[in-house]
Design a protein around this ligand. Structure first.
Ligand code: ZN
Length: 264
């Protein structure tokens, strides 16, 4: 498959023999990236990111029997001008629980770092690895840390640290716990997707889940709806759908010493 948005970083052709090798040895086909995926860990910097980015895709996958767990890295306590942080933290936890129920996500895990202050550190990476090793997901998802113009450090750090944790989890000498080989790593909020999921039938559920985050989208819902639908049309257009959600999903080991990781 040619890069969907060539301006987003993917250039050139992925070698056919390498593509065939991935299919034969790992069962990975970029045209059907969720084949064989049973357990998904969706890591988000704040309560609401999984749903804002790929709520339609997750709703679709959960209804298809895949087991999805959210891991929220911060407490979301900075996301309001009016509500004090300690109060907001509780509100956002409840909002996330309601939204997850709408999407079909049953398990929610939290690391509770203070919002807007997620450090890029070995400590966070070790905690991520601990979760990965106990949850044993086939696919780990996180924000694309290389999204151009992403200014929020929690998002950049979440993407980098999750990628590192997923990559290191199979190594017995790194971190604690039983090693686990994460087969696939995927990035959402990406401008260089290699997969667009058709979410036309699930956009209503996504919007409903976002609405459950009342402290974030409640006041200015009409504008958010325009934004969410606009992004979904933007992704959908390149793949021939009315509404889409974009992801860059690859076998985890390809995210290292590989100039082709942005191409496939
Ligand atoms: Zn966020």
């Amino acid at each position: 498959m040619k890069p969907i948005f060539p301006s987003g970083g993917g250039h050139g052709e992925f070698p056919d023999e390498f593509r065939a090798l991935l299919r034969e040895t790992l069962g990975f086909d970029v045209e059907r990236p969720f084949d064989g995926v049973e357990r998904i860990l969706c890591v988000q910097p704040h309560p609401d990111d999984c749903e804002l980015a790929i709520g339609g895709t997750l709703a679709k996958l959960s209804r298809d029997g895949r087991e999805i767990t959210y891991l929220t890295l911060t407490d979301g306590s900075a996301g309001s001008r009016e509500v004090p942080p300690e109060e907001l933290k509780e509100v956002r936890r409840r909002e996330q629980e309601s939204a997850a129920e709408i999407i079909g996500v049953k398990k929610l895990l939290w690391l509770d770092y203070p919002d807007a202050r997620l450090p890029y550190s070995e400590e966070v990476r070790a905690e991520l690895m601990k979760v990965i090793r106990s949850e044993r997901p086939d696919l780990v998802l996180a924000p694309d840390p290389w999204l151009p113009y992403e200014v929020h450090p929690d998002h950049r750090n979440a993407g980098l640290l999750t990628g590192e944790a997923a990559f290191f989890s199979h190594l017995p000498s790194v971190g604690d716990g039983e090693p686990w080989d994460v087969r696939l790593l995927g990035f959402y909020y990406t401008d260089n997707p290699n997969h667009v999921e058709d979410v036309g039938a699930f956009l209503g559920l996504k919007l409903k889940a976002l609405k459950a985050h009342g402290s974030q989208f409640g006041e200015d819902w009409a504008s958010w709806e325009v934004f969410v639908k606009g992004v979904a049309r933007f992704y959908g257009k390149v793949a021939g759908f009315e509404y889409g959600e974009g992801l860059r999903i690859l076998p985890t080991f390809l995210f290292h010493v590989n100039p082709l990781a942005g191409v496939l």
